[in-house]
Design a protein around this ligand. Structure first.
Ligand code: C2O
Ligand code: CU
Length: 463
């Protein structure tokens, strides 16, 4: 047979041509997948209320679900269509510092109308999220966040998998518009911006269907500015499988009430134990009242109860080798209302608490307010270090370390679970060990975002 040029052209469907081009070239020739931040009007309040103006990734809140398999590369062209500069942080991922999205530390904020290309490998399987990291106290409160799920190579044995992003909104109950004061002195000097309206995935009354004895994976993400969710299960029984994207060595039965601080995630496997025809709940405790956060209408029997689940497969490098002898850094938190902070350094100047209040700054780490030129600590990449955090304030703080996870060094010398965000109540003093991640400047800040904006941020220099 005579394979002429003409014959060949006839065969030239896109599939045939694709096969001749190395797949890498083909991928780069395709237009990049975008993630666009923009203002949008959405039905956030219950039906019957006006739409709410939010800022959202791809115009929704939560933004588009990003879901990949462990080991795959996430690539997104971030396009900023907001009226102000922005950037994207991939919360909980152990990635290259240049991809971390912290404006002013790891990259320049992206001006309106411009874009920035993010690419990183999803090394760990688990529940993560992404959010704006420029003027976060306002941008996250306006809705700029979304889920980032990294699937295990082999799907665990569950019947369904629910991503549940919890948030609260400071909303005017008549106009359904967000409170535009993101600089409130009261919020910043106290517990932070608290909402009066709570949602799950942007819905006021989240309802799902379930069958009795089904096993559901609940991926809880707290995207609130400051609210510590107090949660519980009713008609569901289950295990904590992972915290902040990192599997527990042994699944732990879910307590009656458990806490989820801002920035934290929790993967639960829950079995539906409620009778058919009843409703099971993930509930939250609010002012001593249990309120439904997500309701599961229970349908017919779906087989019999299963045995407790085996642990999820470990992620790579979850140990903190040699932590007992590792260098120890102190982080002393002071300030806030009722905190008794006398003075602190701000922008290199000593200022009295009164003077700090005038510039809307309230919190200090080791006597300084906000990011300084010098890091809290310098650690060589791959080495273990410890940080002892002393919360000398009257409020809880959720400390988030970028690019790394920490294990608590317990009083008995043992280690707690691996976490990227740890909650410390007033008067708590606790020690954490971590392995220094990739080289670069990693911010370490409170995830009560009004606290970060008024002083609670430092950084670790990984060299
Ligand atoms: Cu989830 Cu520095 O942030
Ligand atoms: Cu705080």
């Amino acid at each position: 047979m005579n394979n002429t040029r003409r014959e060949f052209l006839k065969l030239g469907s896109s599939a045939a041509i694709g096969a001749l081009i190395p797949s890498g070239l083909l991928a780069s020739a395709q237009s990049p997948v975008t993630l666009t931040a923009l203002p949008a009007n959405v039905q956030l309040a219950p039906t019957g209320y006006p739409k709410t103006e939010i800022w959202g990734f791809d115009g929704t809140t939560p933004g588009t679900l990003i879901r990949v398999k462990q080991g795959e590369t996430v690539r997104r062209r971030f396009v900023n269509n907001l009226p102000e500069a922005s950037s994207v942080h991939w919360h909980g991922l152990r990635l290259e510092n240049a991809m971390d999205g912290v404006a002013g530390l790891t990259q320049e904020a992206v001006p309106p109308g411009e874009s920035f290309d993010y690419a990183f490998n999803a090394k760990d399987a688990g529940t993560f999220w992404y959010h704006a990291h420029t003027n976060s106290v306002e941008q996250v409160a306006r809705g700029l966040y979304g889920p980032l799920i990294v699937d295990e190579p082999e799907a665990p044995d569950v019947d369904s998998d629910e991503v549940l992003i919890l948030d609260d909104w400071a909303m005017n109950p008549e106009t359904a518009q967000l409170d535009p004061d993101f600089t409130s002195r009261h919020d910043r000097s106290h517990a932070g911006r608290r909402g009066n309206y709570v949602t799950t995935n942007g819905e006021p009354y989240a309802e799902r269907r379930a069958a009795r004895n089904q096993r559901i994976r609940l991926r809880l993400i707290n995207a609130a500015n400051a609210r510590i969710f107090q949660l519980g299960l009713d008609g569901l029984e289950g295990w904590i499988m992972a915290l902040d994207g990192m599997p527990l060595a042994q699944p732990e039965p879910v307590a009656k009430v458990f806490l989820l601080a801002p920035g934290q995630r929790m993967d639960l496997f829950v079995d539906v134990t409620a009778q058919s025809g009843k409703t099971a709940h993930l509930f939250r405790v609010d002012d001593d009242e249990a309120l439904s956060q997500v309701a599961f209408a229970v349908g017919d029997e779906a087989g019999s109860r299963r045995v407790p689940p085996p642990p999820l497969p470990e992620n790579p490098d979850m140990d903190v080798p040699g932590y007992e002898q590792a260098p120890l850094f102190d982080l002393h938190m002071e300030g806030g209302a009722m905190g008794g902070l006398q003075s602190a350094l701000f922008n290199g100047k000593r200022m009295s608490f009164r003077q700090l209040v005038d510039v809307n700054q309230f919190w200090s780490f080791n006597g300084t307010v906000g990011l300084t030129d010098a890091p809290l600590a310098a650690v060589v990449s791959g080495r273990t270090a410890r940080v002892k955090i002393r919360n000398d304030t009257a409020f809880p703080h959720a400390m988030h370390l970028h690019g790394m996870h920490m294990r608590e060094v317990l009083k008995d010398g043992g280690l707690g679970p691996l976490r990227d965000t740890v909650l410390l109540f007033g008067d708590d003093t606790r020690e954490f060990a971590f392995v220094a991640g990739k080289p670069g400047k990693w911010i370490f800040h409170c995830h009560m975002l009004g606290h970060t904006a008024s002083g609670m941020a430092t950084w670790i220099d990984v060299t």
